[in-house]
Write a protein that binds this ligand. Structure first.
Ligand SMILES: C[S@@+](CC[C@H](N)C(=O)[O-])C[C@H]1O[C@@H](n2cnc3c(N)ncnc32)[C@H](O)[C@@H]1O
Length: 140
């Protein structure tokens, strides 16, 4: 059964917020849009113990920021669909877990990018590199 809880959507681009807000009004959905820079911490206060924090296709540092905020604020529920792992300010991947931090494995941005290279649209070489990247990154 669908939940009827109000939704606050956070987005950096003002025009997307305005378009989303207009659509929500038209469809009579209790969804509000807030223009904010997540990476500057402008949406940190939107996460609290009773919230369900959701990140859909949150690129690189965006989903990492949510993971760190979730650890700190302990929201009731967290749903993350990460993408574009390579879009990060770090030069190499920095694992969040203590176990990962102890690992000697260093994953470059180039290898991280392979994780989101589409097999359906890529050529044989790209598909092979993508598979190789998964093996290197995750030991598959
Ligand atoms: C890959 S899109 C996903 C959009 C939407 N969640 C979806 O699933 O279709 C990533 C979105 O994050 C927004 N974004 C990028 N950097 C941001 C930031 N620092 N703060 C807030 N939003 C940001 C972009 O403008 C873009 O709309």
């Amino acid at each position: 059964m669908a939940k009827k809880a109000p939704v606050t959507s956070i987005e950096w681009q003002q025009t997307l917020c305005q378009t989303g807000q207009a659509e929500a009004l038209k469809r009579q959905i209790t969804q509000s849009f807030k223009q904010a820079d997540v990476l500057a911490g402008e949406a940190d206060d939107d996460i609290n113990a009773s919230s369900h924090a959701i990140a859909l296709h949150a690129c690189g540092d965006l989903h990492l920021h949510l993971i760190k905020q979730a650890v700190e604020k302990q929201p009731a529920e967290v749903t993350i669909s990460p993408c574009c792992y390579h879009l990060t300010r770090q030069s190499t991947y920095l694992p969040c877990s203590k176990l990962g931090q102890k690992s000697s494995l260093k994953i470059s941005k180039q290898v991280l990018k392979l994780a989101v290279s589409k097999q359906a649209t890529s050529g044989k070489r790209q598909a092979r590199l993508s598979e190789l990247g998964s093996i290197m990154a995750f030991g598959l």
